[in-house]
Design a binder for this molecule. Structure first.
Ligand code: RIB
Length: 289
């Protein structure tokens, strides 16, 4: 059976809900606070593991209580954590999130996630093989993305790169990945506002997520696979749910059209509850639709 290997960040989210956003130098009163597992890598691993078996995570946590919480949560969600590292004398990654109106603002402190280096990751990839899907995001060092993409392509593995948060991406990396899944603002930055052209240059590879509207790619003409509208409680992790579910559908050999539809549906569930992983669906939720 083919495997999904998520290589990325694992963090704890510290979330404040507030009706007011403070200006510089201002203090305001928030409504509530909670901590919950997050990190784009771990979120995508959990999203995939709720929909499929054989999901592995390669990443790192600090030797602290957050690290224990992150690993325990991955285990409880049936993500294989045998390739997770615990870094001595380093803190686990944290994301500092403000929920304001229907959106979030996030500051990430990577900490242990900076230790997800090529030296640590590449030897672990020897345990995987042709046809497995690697799922990557941008909360780990840039070197690691480049080395993994080069190695995985040579081994005949398939690669989904979710380039979030935005950072500059070299063309040769884009060419080596199998699928690239930016959201609208990331795609504007990545392709310097030439998004229509980029869609045509990378048919069936560049998939631009558009929130509740759905996701767009090019195949003879532009294809918008429409999204599913649900009442929004918290959009944090919706993109991660899309990517985890996309990996599951693609490993099951669904067509790109079917896979994007499946990922849209999974993403729509995730906005209905609080926290990045709070409302990520299980297989039976999607089958009941
Ligand atoms: O994509 C959502 C995630 O981004 C949050 O869980 C937070 O950890 C940030 O990394």
């Amino acid at each position: 059976m083919k495997k999904i290997i998520v290589i990325g960040s694992a963090s704890i989210d510290l979330v404040v809900k507030s009706k007011i956003l403070p200006e510089a130098g201002e203090t305001v009163m928030g409504d509530s606070f909670f901590t919950t597992p997050g990190g784009k890598g771990a979120n995508q691993a959990v999203a995939a593991a709720r929909l499929s078996d054989q999901v592995y995570m390669i990443g790192a946590v600090g030797n602290d209580s957050y690290g224990k919480q992150i690993l325990e949560n991955l285990k409880q969600n049936h993500v294989d954590i045998s390739y997770m590292d615990i870094i001595d004398n380093e803190k686990s990654g944290t994301a500092h999130i403000t929920l304001f109106e229907d959106d979030n603002r996030i500051i990430v402190v990577p900490a242990a996630n900076n230790y997800v280096t090529p030296e640590k990751v590449l030897p672990k990839l020897e345990h995987f093989s042709e046809g497995d899907i690697i799922l990557l995001q941008h909360e780990i060092p840039e070197d690691t993305i480049r080395s993994v993409v080069t190695y995985a392509q040579k081994q005949g593995m398939k690669i989904i790169l979710n380039p979030a948060p935005y950072r500059k991406l070299d063309i040769d990396v884009i060419e080596k990945v199998t699928w690239l899944t930016p959201n609208e603002s990331e795609s504007e930055l990545l392709f310097e506002h030439q998004v229509e052209e980029a869609l045509k240059t990378y048919p069936r590879k560049l998939i631009i997520t558009q929130g509740a509207k759905g996701a767009l790619f090019y195949s003879d003409s532009q294809q918008l696979i429409e999204g599913y509208k649900k009442e929004v409680v918290d959009t944090t992790g919706a993109g991660d749910t899309f990517n985890g579910a996309l990996a599951v559908a693609l490993i099951e050999n669904k067509s790109l059209e079917e896979a994007v539809n499946f990922a849209n549906l999974a993403g729509s569930f995730s906005v209905t509850g609080l926290g990045a992983q709070g409302a990520m669906p299980h297989r039976k939720d999607l089958e009941e639709v």
